[in-house]
Design a protein around this ligand. Structure first.
Ligand code: NAD
Length: 278
């Protein structure tokens, strides 16, 4: 059956990136750890939380990206501060250690490979699960003693619409994100008596390097030209035909740190343009 693809996606975002933060948030005195902070969503989250007054520890394996982030944070008229920490999260012991003393943990680092299962390299499957599921477990494990000790903590896991739905050719990513959903809910149940909430944020496709890098692979896997990938593959199931901006995702993360969100735990906050309404 041929489906009507509907109108072509707008070439520019219909809602521009947020010019200014919209969620009222004061994180003065709070320490935050953001993983994967050198790029995309992690970078936007780190800057947003510095702008809210937090002391942000920005973790990534990319030193160059962290340096650029640090320079950008210095240009903010913000009360907070940023410290860059080069770390490859496949070093799980170091990851757990880095999380000690954190009030707010943003588990964001991730990677993607688009291949059919029978061609998917097992070592890449292992790395994806390590960075996107086992490292978050170890980071949560490292952060909880301090959070429990003070009776307050926020765990925010950057999941995806792929934590709630599968797509072909993304076995490792979909498996890791579904696992992250379970980890997040378990942390919510264990953390509740200690004032610690744990939630997932679940974007559809966000305008970041991770998405830009998969366009060629998606074209090859689906046998279509690259210029049709965004409309025909990425936005096929999204009711809103545009990519989400990293700043919009960071605003959802900021909301989960507000006092108003203190009763929200164990949930998955979808920013998916209606994808999971299907
Ligand atoms: P990105 O590629 O722009 O940034 C990911 C960052 O993670 C990079 O800076 C990278 O260096 C870092 N990273 C990867 N492996 C690492 C490791 N071993 N150790 C330390 N750092 C490592 O990607 P993004 O689009 O900003 O994605 C961020 C998160 O959001 C990911 O978890 C991703 O799955 C999720 N997400 C992204 C989208 C999207 O459309 N871009 C949609 C839904 C969910």
């Amino acid at each position: 059956m041929t489906m009507n693809p509907g109108p072509a996606p707008h070439p520019r975002p219909l809602t521009p990136a947020l010019a200014a933060p919209s969620v009222g948030l004061d994180l003065d005195g709070r320490t935050v750890l953001v993983t994967g902070a050198a790029s995309g969503i992690g970078r936007a989250c780190a800057l947003r939380l510095v702008a809210a007054g937090a002391k942000v520890k920005a973790v990534d394996r990319q030193a160059d990206g962290l340096e650029a982030l640090l320079a950008q944070s210095l240009g903010l008229a913000a009360a907070g501060s940023l410290e860059a920490h080069v770390l490859d999260l496949t070093d799980l012991d170091a990851a757990e250690e880095a999380a000690a003393g954190t009030d707010i943990l943003v588990n964001n680092a991730g990677l993607q490979l688009v291949r059919p299962i029978e061609e998917f390299p097992p070592e890449v499957f292992h790395t994806v699960l390590t960075v996107m599921l086992e490292a978050p477990f170890r980071l949560i494990r490292g952060a909880l003693p301090h959070m429990y000790g003070q009776g307050w903590g926020r765990i925010i896991n950057l999941s995806s619409v792929h934590g709630l739905r599968a797509s072909a050719y993304k076995s490792a990513y979909v498996a890791a994100k579904h696992g992250l959903e379970g980890l997040s809910k378990t942390a919510a149940l264990e953390g509740a008596p200690h004032g610690v909430t744990s939630n997932c944020v679940n974007p559809g496709y966000v305008r970041t390097p991770l998405v830009e890098r998969q366009i060629a692979d998606q074209a090859a896997a689906h046998g279509i030209p690259e210029d049709r990938v965004v409309a025909d593959i990425l936005l096929k199931d999204s009711a809103l035909k545009r990519l989400v901006e990293p700043e919009e995702v960071a605003e959802a993360v900021a909301y989960l740190c507000t006092p108003e969100a203190s009763f929200i735990t164990g949930t998955s906050l979808a920013l998916d343009g209606g994808w999971t309404a299907h």
